[in-house]
Design a binder for this molecule. Structure first.
Ligand code: FAQ
Length: 324
């Protein structure tokens, strides 16, 4: 695997900087060949690669339930959803590659445990109802966070997000529908749905990142039109959406302190356990070790596919050269 260094702008390019500033001020788009400040490139690579890793690691909690889905229809839907997440990972790795880092390098960082991915995927999926809670809450939070990213200033990222968001909407809908069916079923099924919502609610709120006061990247990312809203703004918006939808489900959110603050126009909620969030980010969440081990195994199992593809590409190149 060949490590490819991240492209770094070493010289101050006055014209390039002026052009970059103009594009950002016009709320237009930076494209891969445009000059961009090294810090902008670095921040995008960080966010997009983390996002790609999240999609790939995020396949695991649901993939565990494909063989245990309660019907053929549910199995087919869940399989399609998990495949969509793989596709999202690929769009995002491709977008990140336009910034100068190879996918091999990004994958190497992930399996070496050097790269971050979303905290949410370090929690276990214990019952079938968790498929509903993941779809409704986790994909719901993902949509809330990602719709504004469709307008991100970096062209390849924003365009990838448009397609991802369309697919996430279907994912959220299928999760909602699983929970609705369970909630209208037997008392045991309804309890299973409530239990899943209770467990996934707080971790899904943490997906939006640390509180604004503790978010070192937000200010600059917003100035560069990568992020459009702060972590707390999006979290609050998400809580407001879920408060409405949970009533339709006939379930409750496990937080009695949710209320709308008419002065700030923000939905308020109980303080989250940020110590738990830090533990998960430090690799000490309930499933961190298991998720990485599974990813490493999958990477090793896929070695023959990569080798076969590389050998085929080499043969094709030789054939094309000799024909020329
Ligand atoms: N988990 O300064 P900030 C999905 C890190 S996709 C882990 O606020 P930023 C689809 C952050 O990286 C879910 N780490 O950072 C699906 C930074 O660390 P660093 C993924 C987190 O970037 C559904 C540090 O904390 N979505 O679910 C988390 O401005 C179902 C300081 O934080 C995206 O990646 C976290 N939750 O804002 C798939 C969306 N939060 O790098 C399968 C794109 C923060 O300095 C099944 N990303 N950190 O060492 C973003 O919007 C942003 O990167 C945020 C964080 C909002 C996540």
């Amino acid at each position: 695997m060949e490590a490819q260094p991240v492209l770094v702008e070493t010289d101050v390019d006055t014209d390039g900087q002026a052009n970059f500033d103009r594009i950002i001020a016009q709320d237009s788009r930076i494209e891969p060949r445009d000059w961009m400040p090294a810090a902008y490139r670095k921040t995008l690579l960080r966010q997009i690669s983390q996002h790609a890793h999240s999609e790939i690691i995020g396949m695991q909690p649901e993939a565990n339930w494909i063989s245990r889905a309660p019907s053929l229809k549910r199995k087919a839907i869940l399989m399609a959803k998990v495949q969509d997440e793989a596709g999202h990972g690929l769009y995002l790795y491709s977008a990140a590659e336009t910034l100068g880092q190879s996918r091999d390098q990004m994958m190497a960082d992930l399996i070496a445990g050097k790269a971050r991915y979303s905290s949410i995927f370090n929690y276990p999926a214990r019952s079938w109802a968790d498929m509903g809670a993941i779809g409704w809450l986790v994909d719901g939070a993902a949509i809330c966070n990602q719709v504004p990213l469709c307008r991100a200033s970096y062209g390849p990222y924003g365009r990838a997000m448009v397609r991802v968001c369309k697919e996430e909407s279907f994912h959220q809908r299928q999760g909602f529908e699983i929970l609705l069916e369970l909630s209208q079923g037997t008392p045991e099924q309804k309890q299973m749905a409530q239990d899943a919502v209770n467990r996934w609610y707080a971790p899904s709120l943490m997906m939006f990142g640390p509180p604004d006061d503790d978010s070192p990247n937000s200010r600059q990312s917003m100035a560069w039109n990568i992020k459009r809203f702060s972590n707390d703004e999006l979290r609050s918006r998400f809580v407001g959406m879920m408060v409405e939808q949970v009533r339709v489900l006939g379930l409750t959110l496990p937080d009695s302190e949710i209320r709308f603050n008419a002065d700030t126009k923000m939905w308020e909620h109980s303080e989250l356990d940020w110590q738990e969030f830090k533990e998960v980010l430090a690799g000490r969440g309930p499933c961190n070790a298991q998720r990485l081990e599974r990813r490493r195994d999958a990477h090793d199992d896929g070695a023959w596919v990569r080798e076969a593809a590389a050998a085929y590409a080499e043969r094709q190149a030789v054939a094309t050269e000799s024909a020329a």
